[in-house]
Design a protein around this ligand. Structure first.
Ligand SMILES: [Zn+2]
Ligand SMILES: [Zn+2]
Length: 311
């Protein structure tokens, strides 16, 4: 009786207020345009709690449908979600420690699922997951082509009887070309966020022995012969973290500067800038005349393609 009454009440509220008020309604599910090619039932992951497994599956499909997986090189992938992004490294221990879900399952989470699906090796990843946990990280990047950071071409047809038929992609992933074309609200959520411009400079003229990207931590090439695009970088002046010893002089911790700022560097790459500075857009780029006059056509091409810079 109780449930019947509850159901009748719900129906009544629905009639009065319209059908959109049901919190678990299909509104969000309907928006999923890309699903994982292996269903939970076929995943055989019976040692993970069904509630958690459902959640992970759903979130992976949300990532595939609406968000981005960006190859940052050096086996690091940036996976974006609503108001968030997570870096997953497929080497070192980061693979099983990068997020709470991965920690509790030793590597299975929305990020690694989405990444395996994107790289066309989800089935292998899942079937090896429990038998060879340690190798799961290698499988995730198993099929990554050399040109991984370029735009995906049509998917290769997969062979082998173990592979499950993919659910067709209903629409292409959003291209998000306007991510850097329009001014965004300035939101300073991290100590390195500020209104400072992003300066295009020549790497070798920065007077540093070694420069690495603050975002993906990949070092810029050094030496007499430096090729495009490594000879230009984006210099941003920002607050930073420094090592500090406590009173006893032994414990070292990282402390943010109070006001002091220093130059930090980024690759000429949209992903590197947006990952650390979500408010970045092309209007924040600056280039001094003494640099601008020496930029070659190839520099301008890279700057235009990656950051939509126009001289
Ligand atoms: Zn994760
Ligand atoms: Zn970078």
């Amino acid at each position: 009786m109780v449930t019947k009454d509850g159901g009748a009440k719900k129906e009544h509220v629905k009639r009065v207020l319209g059908s959109n008020i049901d919190p678990g309604s299909s509104a969000q599910k309907e928006q999923l345009v890309r699903k994982l090619s292996v269903s939970i039932a076929n995943s055989k992951l019976d040692t993970i709690a069904p509630g958690l497994l459902n959640k992970i599956w759903h979130e992976a499909e949300v990532i595939l449908s609406h968000h981005q997986i960006i190859n940052l090189n050096n086996d690091v992938y940036c996976i974006t979600e609503q108001c968030n992004s997570t870096n997953v490294s497929t080497k070192n221990g980061n693979f099983i420690r990068h997020c709470n879900n991965a920690r509790s399952t030793s590597g299975l989470c929305q990020h690694t699922l989405a990444l395996a699906e994107e790289n066309g090796c989800l089935h292998t990843f899942l079937s090896k997951f429990y038998s060879k946990k340690n190798k799961a990280a290698n499988i995730v990047k198993g099929n990554v082509p050399k040109r991984a950071q370029e735009k995906p071409k049509e998917k290769k047809k997969r062979k082998g009887q173990n592979n499950v038929e993919s659910v067709p992609i209903l629409i292409n992933r959003r291209k998000a070309n306007d991510e850097i074309d329009f001014q965004k609200p300035m939101m300073f959520l991290e100590i390195w966020h500020n209104k400072n411009p992003f300066n295009i400079v020549f790497t070798r003229e920065e007077g540093k022995k070694s420069i690495e990207c603050e975002s993906c931590t990949v070092k810029f090439q050094q030496g007499p012969l430096i090729c495009i695009p490594q000879d230009v970088t984006v210099n941003h002046t920002e607050r930073y973290l420094y090592r500090k010893k406590d009173e006893k002089g032994n414990l070292i911790k990282m402390v943010p500067t109070w006001q002091k700022e220093a130059a930090r560097f980024y690759w000429i790459r949209k992903a590197c800038l947006l990952q650390r500075h979500p408010y970045f857009w092309k209007g924040m780029l600056r280039v001094d005349e003494h640099v601008r006059s020496r930029l070659k056509q190839s520099h301008l091409k890279v700057l235009q393609e990656e950051l939509h810079f126009t001289s």
